[in-house]
Design a protein around this ligand. Structure first.
Ligand code: HSE
Length: 380
């Protein structure tokens, strides 16, 4: 019986490089939380001349993605190549061979997801894709697991960071072209940014959301969409005078007749949470029968944010491998570390002069504490 899970990474771009680094940096944490030892066996790349972070062991790079999948020592394949050509063939082959697959590839899942899910199920392989929708925000888990016992009525949100980043920059006078270049520089935009600005990326994510929320095999070509390329600075300024902002909104609703889904630029009251997004921020609102309305908000694009979602899937897959008994058990399995010290926090908050008996909530104070290494060590 195996002692170590072999991991193969396909792609070392913005997200792939973040994941490769995190698999090395977070090894102790991931192994403690999953109870499983793992080994990154290889990282498949297309262009050997492209510069990569020094922190990734150069000996791991290979140009032979197919051989990586066939390698008997690879149990888990993480696909971060993107697109629907090579990635489709590689994911399909990996699942056929019974490898577990984690992907952030919404293009692939939004067009071929139902078929790939069926293939995974037939091989008892796991197919996880938290990184495919809204970056670091756990939308897939929320819809597919946390709310799986409820009846979801609607999901709506701002789910393309590149569009939000462009529209919010244009509000401050930046031109459309400059704002798009900046979004590309930040690593938010897809390799073909027309996927973002034409609403294709958001339609892919919305199709995945509808699959998860309603259990329906919705594919993205069925979703009506419009992008933001035609939005002008004059329209943005006019909206602003009316107390409104323009955001690319994606919405899907279950109706008595069936399903509605659409992506497009929408005017939103300036104090609504959709309008309050800037940069790569996404917001997703879910309306369910029993849970009521939930709002999830955070970084929806970028290498490290999306990498965080991928790493969460890695822990989930490793745990499941352990629970299925595919590995020989090892000593300490996912035990909680003893709490050394738990410091109080509310003393760090200011007091209101009107009600001095109560601390005044301040999100920035939380951030300040989180950034304090000394305190982090003391509560670890
Ligand atoms: N291009 C995407 C966006 C990346 O801008 O939101 C995350 O899916």
């Amino acid at each position: 019986m195996k002692l170590t899970v072999g991991v193969g990474l396909l792609g070392c771009g913005t997200v792939g490089a973040s994941v490769a680094e995190a698999l090395q940096r977070q090894r102790d944490t991931i192994e403690r939380r999953s109870g499983v030892r793992y080994e990154l066996r290889a990282v498949a790349i297309r262009d050997p001349h492209k510069s990569r972070p020094d922190s990734i062991d150069a000996g791991l790079f290979t140009r032979d993605a197919r051989a990586l999948i066939e390698d008997e020592h690879v149990d888990l394949v993480i696909e971060l190549i993107g697109g629907t050509t090579d990635a489709a063939e590689l994911v399909e082959r990996a699942l056929e061979r019974g490898r577990h697959v984690i992907t952030a590839n919404k293009d692939l899942l939004a067009t071929q997801g139902p078929r790939l899910q069926a293939l995974a199920a037939s091989r008892r392989a796991m197919l996880r894709f938290e990184g495919a929708v809204a970056g670091a925000i756990p939308v897939v888990r929320t819809l597919g697991e946390a709310l799986a016992g409820d009846d979801i009525y609607a999901v709506a949100g701002v789910i393309n960071g590149t569009c939000t980043s462009i529209l919010s920059a244009m509000e401050h006078g930046t031109s459309y072209a400059e704002a798009l270049t900046e979004a590309q520089r930040q690593g938010y935009a897809e390799s073909d940014p027309s996927n973002d600005v034409d609403g294709i990326d958001a339609a892919h994510k919305l199709a995945l959301i509808a699959q998860l929320a309603f259990g329906l095999a919705v594919i993205s070509p069925r979703v009506r969409r419009k992008g933001i390329a035609q939005v002008t600075q004059a329209e943005i300024a006019r909206a602003r005078l009316l107390g409104l902002r323009i955001r690319l909104v994606a919405a899907t609703i279950k109706t008595a007749e069936g399903l509605m889904a659409e992506v497009g630029p929408v005017l939103v009251a300036h104090d609504h949470e959709f309008a309050q997004t800037a940069g790569n921020e996404n917001v997703v609102r879910v309306v369910a029968r029993d849970a009521g309305t939930l709002a999830l908000r955070g970084a929806g694009a970028g290498g490290t944010a999306t990498g965080s979602a991928v790493l969460g899937d890695v822990v989930t897959v490793l745990r499941a491998i352990r629970e299925r008994g595919e590995l020989a058990p090892r000593g300490r399995i996912g035990l909680l570390e003893p709490a050394i010290d738990v410091a109080p926090f509310f003393n760090e908050l200011d007091r209101s002069s009107e009600l001095p008996g109560y601390p005044l909530w301040n999100d920035a104070a939380v951030l300040r504490q989180t950034c304090s290494k000394r305190r982090l060590r003391s509560v670890r």
